[in-house]
Ligand binder design. Sequence first.
Ligand code: ATP
Length: 301
Amino acid sequence: HRPHARKQIINPDFKLEDLGIGGLDAEFQDIFRRAFNSRILPPEIAEKLDYKHCKGLLLFGPPGTGKTLIARKLSKMLNGREPKIVNGPEMLSKYVGASEENIRNLFKDAEAEYKQKGEDSDLHVIIFDELDSVFKQRGSGKSDGTGVGDNVVNQLLSKMDGVDQLNNILVIGMTNRLDLIDTALLRPGRFEIQIEISLPDEKGRKDILLIHTVKLRENNLLTGDVNFDELSALTKNFTGAELEGLCNSAKSFSISRHVKSGSIAQIDPKSIENLKITRNDFLLALGEVKPAFGTDEEDLT
Ligand code: ATP
């Protein structure tokens, strides 16, 4: 029998450039093609194609590159509810049995809604952050002395397999270490789509710097010598989070010029009116904020 016309799950007003994510257009488009194309098709066509929905998506890459940001924005642009975000280590509650219960609870609302509304149900996004902290424990049995790790994995696997019967759940996993993830999790029907979120290239860094200086630019708080091409060239190996840190550091240098002399905690109210962030503030910031990953030898630009 034909499925109902599915409600539109993706906000039609959504535009990539409004997301506030820099340097990840290609990754975002990949995510869309692989995880959402099945969901924007008219149901009759999806049925003819026998096109199965993606149930699990794994984002991997270094810390601070925007994985959480992507997962958050993805769920925001869906007409579904707020995502449920679960942190791996938190999941490993020390009370035996509690973690499995937590996992069951995560899927409960979505299951109940699907029972009631079927294909008209909202899309529920469930996010597992730091997936490796739970999943590397499989087989070790008792890394925290409680034996909870394996049970949690088994519970999640059985839940993900059960999602096959439900069309209203997308599980997004995140990890810094793909190599630590149990391969059983990467099978079809589980985290079957894996997308790498890597360090931004020079163009990406410029986009990210522009995103994190939107307010400064709107309020005309940058001096004319601040050059974003120069800054993106000088920030090789920086992650998005580090670029955001760089902007904050530049602000702090600028503000410190307006602290009353002889004081560390008093702003001079007259002088602060002239607050501007200069190229030199960014250069000072570059002396302070350093990238955690990569070396100068590798050419990542
Ligand atoms: P972790 O693996 O440590 O969880 P992550 O990849 O999930 O890291 P986020 O938490 O998404 O990283 O990034 C931290 C912050 O850095 C974001 O909230 C955002 O402000 C900034 N940021 C990171 N990447 C980008 C990006 N591509 N564009 C704009 N801002 C970014």
